[in-house]
Design a protein around this ligand. Structure first.
Ligand code: 9D3
Length: 254
């Protein structure tokens, strides 16, 4: 899969390209990344990419023309390499919330995406209307630009691509189960068996895999009810809670 990013700060993408699971997948050729700096598509001596907003107000607005030239350069480059055209995705605080299911769709797409990272107060609306296919948000908080959001979305997407995680069947099963249950994960423990006189829960040392599975499920239900009751409701609506789950939840509330 090919990912393009239009950004005034191309160095920021080195992290997702080079580090950890996504870095290894990049090295293996599972995905590729190309950055495009709007400044390289300016024609004036000052290489201007922003200007004051018509109508007044604080801050600056990203100019349409350098962004348009960058999108055209991406299209030409993809065509030259016989690669499919990809949707242009603007990272925006007013965009559609990015979720695991959006990550799943992008990971399953062959074309990838061209991310447009805004800076300043925003982007000229005429660029958005004529060139942007989708707008995605990372959540209800204010970032100083779209780069961190794009990097998070690339990370969430690439780790889902076949061949990226090298733990064999177990990782597939885990992520399959995660998305299947829609609940928060249960707690994890590793060596030592006793840490400052705190022992690992006995059930995990029992070797009884049915007991362990039931304990983990109940921990998930408990944690989710406490921290994210909205996810319990979602899971229930999707029919992901068993009769045993419902009985456990009812017992918890009494
Ligand atoms: C004062 C008006 N601001 C709204 C709170 C405008 C504004 C524009 C651009 C505020 C932040 C930004 C930069 N943010 C992003 O480009 C961004 C973002 C975010 O801020 N939060 C969550 N997801 C995203 S995706 C892109």
């Amino acid at each position: 899969m090919r990912i393009d990013a239009i950004t005034l700060f191309p160095d920021m993408f080195g992290i997702v390209r080079d580090a950890g699971v996504t870095g290894r997948a990049h090295k293996q050729g599972i995905w590729s990344m190309q950055t495009w700096n709007p400044r390289d598509f300016t024609t004036d001596t000052h290489r201007t990419v922003d200007d004051r907003p018509y109508g007044g107000g604080p801050g600056m607005v990203m100019m349409a023309e350098p962004l348009i030239q960058a999108v055209c350069a991406i299209r030409e480059d993809r065509a030259r390499q016989h690669q499919p055209d990809a949707p242009v995705v603007l990272l925006s605080p007013t965009g559609r919330p990015f979720t695991q299911s959006v990550a799943n769709s992008l990971a399953a797409s062959t074309a990838g995406a061209a991310f447009v990272c805004g800076r300043y107060e925003g982007v000229d609306q005429r660029f958005i209307d004529q060139y942007v296919d989708e707008q995605w948000s990372l959540g209800d908080f204010v970032l100083s630009g779209g780069e961190i959001a794009a990097i998070a979305m690339i990370d969430a997407t690439v780790r889902l691509m076949p061949g990226t995680l090298n733990h064999g069947d177990s990782s597939l099963q885990d992520s399959f189960q995660d998305s299947l249950s829609g609940l928060l994960d249960s707690p994890h423990f590793t060596r030592p068996e006793k840490l400052d006189s705190v022992a690992v829960p006995e059930v995990l040392m029992s070797g009884n895999h049915a007991h362990i599975a039931r304990w983990r499920r109940e921990q998930s239900l408990m944690l989710t009810l406490e921290k994210r009751p909205d996810l319990i409701e979602q899971a229930r609506k999707k029919g992901l809670l068993s009769a045993a789950d419902e009985r456990f939840l009812t017992a918890l509330k009494t």
